[in-house]
Design a protein around this ligand. Structure first.
Ligand code: COA
Length: 370
């Protein structure tokens, strides 16, 4: 074994790549701190724009109009996006749409955050067979996003439900998409490029792509009594249970609890999809089956499990859930890009070469063939 080789840390698990003032994930105790506050104390108490202002270190009073301006300006660009939003998958559309924006016009955290909501809503609207709706800058971000997607003024309870969601997912330590954004920023590239890369990472089912499949799972199970057998069947077939397990948390993801409560509050206000009790039964069955299969590795509900239940209750379609996640997480991406820039340091890890050694004094025969 080559003495220079160092062991590869699979998935970079446990590797610390940055100091950050933005958020802290305590996986052992199940605690998430966002800009100095426990997530439970923010969701439902502060608006998304106010929490974004904490992350961006700007005056909270300015965040709301700046984000609204971003929504409006992105809407004005829709006509120049060509067929960018014309994709079957919302995350493909969002990635292509954001890539069309210039960093000169949308290169601030508030502008790109507003733009992501407008583009996601425009894609969702078109998929629903209706023309995109213009933003209303007098509305809060959550209320306006819901209106732009569904075509209806959401009312206070629904707007508060989405606001709690956007706050809950605004930032989350060095998750895969945030890391992507920081790597791009570390090269000296621009905010729009970093957000495009982050959207690509968030699309994957192991990161932000799980809520749709969680709803598919709830539909397939149908009733609480069917949960245990269905879950066992999936595990026997070697498939993962979506919405369960986390790289960092060894207890239930605290965001799952926040979103479960937000769904319960909506039910108290008379808004329900009827899925919460089924979801609780499926979660219990999945946690039990995973505990039996992996006694050493706690695999419990993560944020995506109750993202699916809450956003479905709010009237969003399962195809729209990952884009809505991006509409919240973009606040964190932008804050991390600014923080990374301040370090001025390129992120450039190493790798351990396991390919063939060159033949001394010549080329490999296959390299010579045309
Ligand atoms: N269902 C079934 N088995 C799971 C599982 C799940 N949800 N999550 C992890 N496992 C299993 C893995 O298959 C692995 O088993 P193996 O050793 O037999 O291969 C073992 O548990 C350890 O998992 P590992 O791949 O090391 O976990 P990770 O830290 O890399 O993965 C997730 C974390 C989130 C990617 C993973 O839990 C997962 O795929 N969850 C489902 C997708 C999801 O909900 N994503 C949203 C995350 S917020």
């Amino acid at each position: 074994m080559d003495a220079k080789k160092t062991a590869v840390v699979s998935g970079l698990e446990g590797i610390v790549v940055a100091e950050t003032r933005l958020s802290d994930v305590d996986g052992e105790r199940g605690r998430l701190i966002l800009a100095g506050h426990d997530v439970e104390s923010l969701a439902g108490r502060m608006s998304f724009e106010e929490v974004a202002a904490l992350l961006w270190d700007i005056d909270p009073a300015t965040a709301r109009p700046l984000v609204a301006e971003g929504r409006v300006r992105a809407f004005e660009r829709l006509g120049r996006l060509g067929d960018a939003l014309d994709r079957e998958d919302g995350m493909d559309a969002l990635r292509a749409g954001v890539a069309h924006l210039s960093d000169r016009d949308f290169g601030t955290p508030a502008a790109v955050t507003g733009a992501v909501a407008t583009l996601a809503a425009a894609w969702a609207r078109r998929r629903r067979g209706a023309p995109p709706l213009a933003p209303d800058p007098s509305q809060g971000h959550a209320a306006d996003y819901l209106r732009m997607v569904t075509g209806r003024s959401p009312g206070d309870a629904l707007a508060a439900g989405l606001d709690a969601y956007l706050v809950t997912v605004a930032d989350h330590g060095m998750n895969a998409s945030t890391f992507c954004a920081r790597v791009v920023a570390s090269t000296g590239s621009d905010l729009i490029s970093a957000v495009v890369a982050a959207i690509g990472a968030l699309k994957g089912p192991l990161h932000g792509g799980a809520p749709g499949p969680v709803l598919d799972m709830l539909d397939a199970i149908g009733s609480p009594e069917a949960a245990a057998a269905w879950i066992e069947g999936e595990l026997l077939a070697g498939r993962r249970i979506m919405g369960m397990g986390h790289r960092v948390y060894r207890v239930r993801d605290p965001r799952a609890a926040v979103l479960e409560r937000a769904t319960a509050r909506l039910a108290e206000a008379g808004v329900s999809s009827g899925r919460l009790s089924l979801a609780l039964a499926v979660e219990a069955a999945a946690a039990g089956a995973l505990r039996r299969k992996y006694p050493q590795r706690p695999l419990l509900a993560n944020v995506e499990f109750y993202t699916a239940v809450l956003l479905d209750t709010l009237g969003l379609d399962r195809t729209e859930l990952s884009c809505t996640f991006a509409a919240g997480r973009v606040a964190g991406w932008a804050a991390h890009v600014e923080e990374q820039r301040r370090t001025g340091r390129l992120i450039r890890p190493g790798s351990s070469y396991i390919g063939a050694a060159p033949i001394v004094g010549g080329l490999r025969p296959q390299a010579l063939s045309p």
